[in-house]
Design a protein around this ligand. Structure first.
Ligand code: ZN
Length: 107
């Protein structure tokens, strides 16, 4: 088997199943209607005409990540709008921080 092919396959992104639920879809509608269209990461406005796939488009971010706080997945107080790009960078940073904490415990 070609080893390069294995690397590509293992890189496929795992989407948390909560993002496929009806509850999450309803929370997104609620957030778009009632929360300000301001990114909580960079504090700049989010343009309503951009899709969530656009780096400056609207996404709904978990302030405390679902990975560490699954019980807050649908908690409105844990949800804030963010640019798609800011959300992605923030998630990557949090994940990196968590991994650093895990590996630096040597007492
Ligand atoms: Zn932003």
């Amino acid at each position: 088997m070609n080893p390069a092919r294995v690397v590509v396959m293992s890189r496929s992104r795992r989407v948390n199943p909560i993002y496929k639920t009806r509850e999450w879809a309803e929370l997104r509608v609620w957030a778009k209607t009632f929360l300000p269209w301001i990114c909580h990461v960079c504090e700049e406005p989010i343009a309503p005409h951009l899709s969530g796939r656009h780096p400056r488009g609207w996404t709904l971010d978990h302030v405390l990540p679902v990975r560490t706080h699954p019980h807050l997945a649908y908690d409105k107080s844990n949800l804030k709008p963010a640019h798609s790009r800011c959300n992605g960078i923030r998630t990557a940073t949090l994940v990196a921080d968590m991994q650093r904490v895990k590996t630096s415990r040597r007492w």
